[in-house]
Design a protein. Structure first.
Ligand SMILES: C[S@@+](CC[C@H](N)C(=O)[O-])C[C@H]1O[C@@H](n2cnc3c(N)ncnc32)[C@H](O)[C@@H]1O
Length: 257
């Protein structure tokens, strides 16, 4: 575990009780993910997925990042921490607090940011994508954009179109959860807009997209395990695994475990 991840997890454990989800990963080996204890949603990215951001940030040194979907701040705190160490200047997250106890999650995200000392570069904003993107951005373009809001179709495509005006030719747009309906559709839309997309076999599967051929080669060098044009797969496998976890969450709650 890298120092940023350790800092985020240690601080989060001090601030709130969380439980681990998919400790060995969902679609591929990886994880664990996290949720606030007693709440089914929201679920954070996996620790292995933080490591992907860690490598990406260390190699490409993005100065500005924009994140849709903040929850209790796990990914934004991690990204801001590694960016702060690598010359990053600002991170904005946008969340409409619609999942679980959204207000409490937002308060935890804020405390987490303060606690690990990234509040100088990270601003967590309340608002809905895509409508509130224009009033949330503070830069003309963002080097790194992470789309991890509502996983539905066509919401993810709307998120993509919402951030597109704020992406430069060498920006990297990261999609999370390529196994969920809505994400492959948005990735297909990105390809139509001239992006090349690298699928990374993390716990919930990430897609890194960029329009610049040289930047795409850089991504391939950083993630040799990545695959371009992996093609669409059946959603059934992912949903079955997801259903299994959801059932055990509700059974545990019912029996007070
Ligand atoms: C999967 S969680 C984000 C997890 C976070 N990226 C992490 O790993 O720590 C999804 C979040 O998106 C938020 N959300 C859902 N629809 C949204 C929208 N239209 N605009 C902004 N945020 C949204 C939810 O409130 C929830 O907190």
């Amino acid at each position: 575990m890298d120092a940023s991840l350790l800092r985020v997890i240690t601080a989060l454990n001090r601030i709130a009780e969380t439980s681990l989800v998919w400790p060995q990963g969902l679609m591929n080996p990886g994880g664990p993910h996290r949720r606030l204890k007693g709440h089914h949603y929201p679920i954070s990215i996996g620790e292995d997925e933080c490591a992907v951001f860690g490598k990406l940030v260390a190699a490409l040194r993005p100065e500005q990042a924009f994140i849709i979907g903040n929850a209790f701040g796990f990914s934004s705190a991690y990204i801001a921490d590694v960016m702060q160490k690598n010359g990053g200047k600002s991170v904005i997250s946008l969340d409409n607090q619609s999942e679980g106890d959204g207000q409490r999650a937002a308060a935890i995200a804020q405390e987490l940011s303060l606690s690990i000392g990234v509040d100088g570069i990270l601003k967590n904003k309340k608002g809905s994508s895509p409508d509130d993107i224009a009033k949330s951005v503070e830069e003309k373009t963002y080097d790194l954009i992470f789309i991890d809001g509502l996983h539905r179709h066509p919401q993810v495509t709307k998120d993509f179109h919402g951030v597109l005006p704020y992406s430069g030719p060498r920006s990297v747009i990261v999609f999370h959860d390529s196994w969920i309906v809505g994400v492959p559709e948005a990735v297909a839309e990105a390809k139509k807009a001239g992006f090349r997309c690298l699928w990374i076999p993390t716990s919930c599967e990430m897609i890194l997209a960029t329009r610049d051929p040289a930047r795409f080669d850089e991504l391939r060098a950083i993630f040799p395990e990545g695959v371009e044009d992996r093609g669409r797969r059946s959603y059934v496998y992912g949903y079955l695994l997801y259903l299994q976890e959801t059932t055990s969450f509700h059974l545990n709650r019912l029996f007070g475990r």
